[in-house]
Design a protein around this ligand. Structure first.
Ligand code: PLP
Ligand code: COI
Length: 342
């Protein structure tokens, strides 16, 4: 089947409506069999749990086109597991890993003509999400839920593609309430909207959030984890149980160690150490690895030696290896690649 006609090299990170989405409903203690639908609208009771108490969780993953035209997803089992963790924290029923992967397969296959061509720099972003649908007025969880997956073709998350960005050290916390930063819940992101708008208004691309307790250690950004490269070529990344456990980051740590023979350290990173690093990148499904050229800490510039014009050399190797695996050009570790049957 031929692709829809889009200017693939120039689409940004936005919503483009596609043909089909997946829907399953939870009622009387069980999920129904689920189906694909053409209707992009959700009609809810005015008192639905999601509207009153923000009872909603989500995930993000991508489907990639290979050079020989196949379609691959990258470690969807890990998104399924993380969504179960997020759902549990918000007192929502788990949507099983098997059902999740089956839903991913069906919705990608049904929208195959929206999977961008190999080499275009774009991919198909999948957004699985779940929310409380029945009326609740006392503060308590809903008893009925809807699970959906929408898909949309996307380009680079940051304007300018692979050009290094400038971020600022934030005085806000990313996630609220405390302790829920490690799950993907709507409320956590709603609470970060003011910080991101404020950062953009002041000319920054993103926020570097510090640990909310001591405001001393580097945590993550609004939609990605940090990786740093030391001057002697080690990959260092923050150890914290209040950041989202990024699947991209876990994969990069493995790639660094097993494909690129690099040393990897996951440890606490004080803000005061950031000026010592040679390279900095933001990693995530949407961000892939977006290079950071400069961090501004309340008027003081921390400029990485890799500069503001291109990705640093070690970041580039990590980027090429990871995207090579995701797009089927480089052999993947066992179980990382899931091919969509068309
Ligand atoms: N941190 C936050 C706050 C995110 O929203 C994301 C995106 O999902 C990530 C990190 C990166 O996670 P992943 O690599 O699993 O996409
Ligand atoms: C992702 O990378 O999937 C994210 O969730 C980041 C952002 C779009 C929220």
């Amino acid at each position: 089947m031929s692709n829809v006609d889009l200017d693939w090299a120039n689409i940004g990170f936005g919503y483009i409506q596609t043909d089909k989405r997946y829907v399953s409903n939870f009622k009387d203690g069980a999920w129904d069999e689920g189906c694909l639908t053409e209707d992009p609208n959700v009609v809810l009771n005015e008192c639905a749990g999601v509207l009153q108490y923000a009872q909603t969780v989500f995930e993000g993953l991508k489907a990639y086109r290979t050079e020989d035209g196949r379609i691959l997803t990258f470690r969807p089992d890990l998104n399924a597991k993380r969504m179960i963790d997020s759902a549990k924290r918000l007192e929502m029923p788990p949507f099983s890993e098997e059902r999740f992967i089956d839903a991913v397969d069906k919705v990608v296959a049904a929208n195959a003509r929206y999977v961008p061509p190999f080499g275009s720099g774009a991919s198909l972003y999948l957004r699985p999400y779940m929310f409380g649908t029945n009326p609740v007025i006392g503060v308590k969880p809903a008893t009925e839920y809807q699970f959906r997956i929408l898909v949309t073709p996307v380009g680079p998350y940051f304007k300018g593609g692979a050009k290094p960005i400038t971020i600022r050290v934030s005085d806000f916390d990313r996630a609220a309430p405390r302790g829920t930063g490690h799950i993907k819940a709507g409320l956590n992101y709603a609470m970060s909207l003011h910080a991101i708008v404020d950062a953009h208004n002041q000319g920054y691309d993103e926020n570097m959030y510090l640990d909310s307790h001591t405001r001393t250690y580097v945590e993550e950004t609004g939609g990605a984890n940090f990786i740093f490269i030391t001057k002697d070529g080690k990959l260092v990344t923050p150890k914290s149980d209040t950041i989202l456990p990024s699947i991209t980051r876990r994969s990069l740590c493995y790639v660094a160690e097993h494909y690129l023979d690099m040393e990897v350290e996951e440890r606490e990173i004080p803000l005061t150490e950031v000026k010592e690093f040679a390279e900095c990148g933001l990693c995530g499904t949407a961000a892939v690895i977006s290079p950071v050229g400069k961090v501004v800490d309340h008027g003081t510039d921390i400029c990485f030696p890799s500069g503001m014009t291109e990705m640093g050399p070690v970041t580039k190797k990590l980027y090429d290896t990871l995207t090579g695996i995701q797009m089927g050009r480089i052999e993947a570790p066992e179980g990382w690649i899931h091919e969509i049957k068309l």
